[in-house]
Structures are given as C-alpha cells and as structure tokens.
Write a protein that binds this ligand. Structure first.
Ligand code: AMP
Ligand code: GLY
Length: 425
C-alpha cells in the first residue's frame, strides 16, 4: 500500500519511521517532508495552508492511506475533503477537530459532559471579560480561542494584566489576528501529562503517557515553546490512574463527540494537569503531539498502520497495542534564539555517529538536505530520541547522541526528565 504523510516536523518523521516498519507499506510519500524524511521516503512539495493543493496532491498520487500530521490541515477540513472524494484518511473531520481549534468549544464541551477541567468563562468582548474577572482570583490564565501555536496562553498575576491580555487578544496586537472569543481560566497547579489515545469514535486505545517540557529554559523557565523534550516511563502514571483517566476523561470525551453527531476518529491528545483535585483537562489536540510522538513511537511494537486502518474502519476494539517495557526520552536540539527569532541554513554534523548509539533514533524537526548536506531550517531542529530499559538509560543514550551532533548555535535543555528523576530518588 502507498501511504502519504502530510507535514514536515519531527512528529511526521517519527510517524514516517513507524509507518516504514509496517509490512503493509510498499511506498511512502511525505509532503512536504524534511531532510530526515528524505532518507526514508519520497518527499514532494505541498503548501499545508492550501486545502486545494493538498487535495490535488492526493488526487495525483492516489495513496491508499493519508495521515495528517499538523493541526492546520485538519482545521481547513482536509479530512472532510478527502473523504468526500473517496480517499482513506487518518484524522478527525473539521467539526471534530474543533476540540483543538476552538478553546471555547472545548471548554463548553467538557462542561456539557461533566469532564474535569479548570473553571472558566468564555467572553466575546473586553466588557464581558471585565465582568467575568469578578469570579476569578489571581493568578488566572487568559487564552485565545483559536489556534496559536502555543503563544495564545497568558498567565496573569493580577486583574489588570488579565484585562490587558484579553484586550490585546481582541485587538489583534498580541497574536497578529483579532480573536472573537477569549477564555479566562483558573490557574491550575500540578504536573502536566500528555495522554494520547487512538479512537474509532467508539473504542479508545491509550498510547503510553508522556511528559513534555514546554519552556525553553532549564528548570522550566522562560517562554513557552512547542516542546523541548519529553519522556515516557512505565511508572509515569499509576495503572489505576491511567484507567481512571481512560474511563472518566478519554472515553466520555469520545462518547460525547459521537452523541453530538461529530464523531471523532483519529488520535486525541488530552493535555492533563495532575492537581490535588485529580486530573483536569488543560487542552485537547486533534493530532499527535510533537515531541511526544517521537518518544511514544520508539516504544511501539505493534503495526501503526494496522491500528490507523482499524480506526478508519471502526474496528479498533480488535486492536491491542504492544509496547517495549521501560522508558524513552527525546531531547530537542533547537536553533539559537528559538522560540524567538533565529537563523537557519547551518550545516549539521555528527548525525551518523549519533545514530550508531544503541536504541537511538534521530528524528528531524527542522532540517533540509539540499545536495545531500543536512542543514538547519527551523527553530526546533532535531529530536534526539532513545528507548531503553530505564529512564536513566534512555536519557543517557539521548544525551550521549546529542553530544555527537553539532551545528552553529545549537541549544538543548540538559534537564529533560528532571521530575521523574527526582521522584525516583
Ligand atoms: P494550552 O494550549 O491550553 O495547553 O496551554 C499551554 C500551556 O499553558 C499548558 O501546557 C500549560 O503549561 C499552561 N496552562 C494552560 N492552562 C493552564 C491553567 N489553567 N493553569 C495552569 N497552567 C495552564
Ligand atoms: N508538545 C505539545 C504539542 O504537541 O502540542
């Protein structure tokens, strides 16, 4: 079978790597792909902001399965458009993807289905925000309703800064686009967990849970990023807690979407805060996480393509996923300046030496390979990932591998996994 993957980041490289292991797959195309995917798939250009261009690409190549990596094509309705033309595609429809594309929708949905989440108010004007703020104590969180690549969440220490943040979102001075809705939320304290599940809209199969590190700086300091590193271990969540989250959060969410006649098929990423009151939903994403996917898929023993096909065909109940025991870790190497301004085009060395370390996979997040020389082309550049029997060993391998790699201005956090290591002490 011919498989097409839409996207160009580390998540898509990991998906491509996993898809390549499936005996069902005879041909793999990545669009647009990157310097890493080019070594395991045919990369063809496409504009991921253009629904028309993506549909045209699929009509040209006629894949037996299309896998959608990032959120933007989902928000544009790529799944609906391909389904209407008779193509098989893994991902939620535009309406189902609203769990990610509208925070106001997600919060109201959670409330309708009595799924635990932070107290909130959805506001349509600064005047409404002013009124709503009477109900919140600082610190509070102000969020843009729409997709904002992690930049739409502002922690506020006072009523005044919350009002200013909301005004900035409505006026378009904070994100560049004017928001029509803004969400105010109570601030939650605890550890964050990324709980991802596959679903066919009836049955839910969790992937191994992961912990991301969103801030740029060590000790979780500095601005938010797309994610600077992530790990999974067999002990990240107690088995009872995993069951609780499955039965009280993931399954009710999927059932709720089906009951509202917007059935959700694909991967559902549930961002959780583990608070003293129990797990609370911070956000939904309608796609795989990046870099969660890299750390999760290096532990997947089962055939990812088979599981995705089962989601599309509504027979996920037949599937049980097998995982290697132990742990995995992924450390992001980024360009100097990220998540702000950064330069690209620097040659990367040491990739072969890094890959020779046992258990290590170097996924490319933002690279290009013109004339065969791999160069930097993005803010997050590489996702250096390792699986092992223990977290210490997985981290040791990932850091040893990253030590082999060099490019000008390379930055990485040296404390990935710090919470788990502290717990283990
Ligand atoms: P979101 O895009 O809603 O997941 O928010 C991005 C990040 O902001 C989350 O991963 C959390 O680290 C943080 N965050 C969001 N909402 C809250 C909240 N209510 N309390 C504390 N931190 C939050
Ligand atoms: N790593 C966070 C995300 O993919 O949204």
């Amino acid at each position: 079978m011919k498989v097409l993957i839409l996207g160009s980041g580390g998540r898509e490289h990991a998906l491509a790597w996993s898809v390549r292991r499936s005996p069902r797959v005879t041909e793999l195309i990545c669009a647009p792909g990157n310097g890493g995917m080019a070594s395991i798939a045919r990369c063809v250009p496409v504009d991921l902001k253009s629904l028309e261009a993506m549909v045209h690409l699929v009509e040209t190549h006629q894949p037996g399965l299309t896998i959608v990596g990032p959120e933007l094509p989902l928000a544009l309705g790529i799944v609906d458009a391909l389904q209407q033309r008779g193509f098989r595609v893994f991902g939620p429809t535009r309406e189902a993807a609203m769990l990610e594309t509208s925070k106001g929708f997600a919060k109201r949905f959670l409330q309708r289905h009595q799924i635990s989440t932070a107290r909130y108010a959805v506001c349509s004007s600064p005047a409404e925000v002013e009124q709503a703020l009477d109900m919140f104590h600082p610190p509070m969180v102000v969020k843009a309703d729409g997709l904002a690549s992690g930049k739409g969440v502002i922690m506020c220490q006072s009523r005044r800064t919350a009002l200013e943040a909301a005004q900035g979102l409505f006026a378009g001075t904070l994100l560049g686009e004017q928001e029509r809705q803004v969400v105010i939320e109570e601030f939650l304290e605890g550890e964050e967990i990324s709980f991802l599940c596959l679903t066919d809209s009836k049955h839910v199969v969790p992937l191994v849970p992961a912990q991301d590190h969103k801030r740029i700086g060590e000790g979780d300091t500095g601005p938010n990023t797309g994610g600077m590193g992530v790990y999974t271990t067999d002990t990240l969540l107690d088995p009872h807690m995993s069951e609780w989250i499955l039965h009280h959060i993931a399954e009710p969410a999927v059932r709720g979407m089906a009951d509202e006649e917007t059935p959700y098929v694909g991967v559902l990423y549930i961002g959780l805060m583990m608070t003293a009151r129990g797990p609370q939903v911070l956000e939904f994403n309608a796609r795989f996480g990046d870099p969660e996917t890299q750390a999760i898929l290096v532990r997947l023993e089962s055939d990812l393509v088979e599981a995705m096909q089962a989601c599309i065909d509504g027979r996920l109940a037949e599937i049980e996923l097998r995982w290697t025991q132990g742990a995995s870790a992924c450390v992001i190497a980024s360009s100097s300046g990220y998540p702000g301004r950064y330069e690209t085009g620097f040659p990367i060395t040491g990739l072969d030496a890094a890959r020779r370390i046992p258990g290590v996979e170097v996924f490319h997040s933002g690279t290009a390979a013109p004339n065969g020389q791999v160069i930097t082309s993005g803010g997050r550049v590489l996702a250096v990932t390792a699986a092992a029997d223990s977290l210490q060993q997985a981290l040791g391998r990932a850091y040893q591998a990253i030590g082999e790699i060099h490019f000008e201005g390379m930055y990485f956090r040296r404390d990935i996994g710090h919470r788990a290591l502290k717990r283990a002490r």
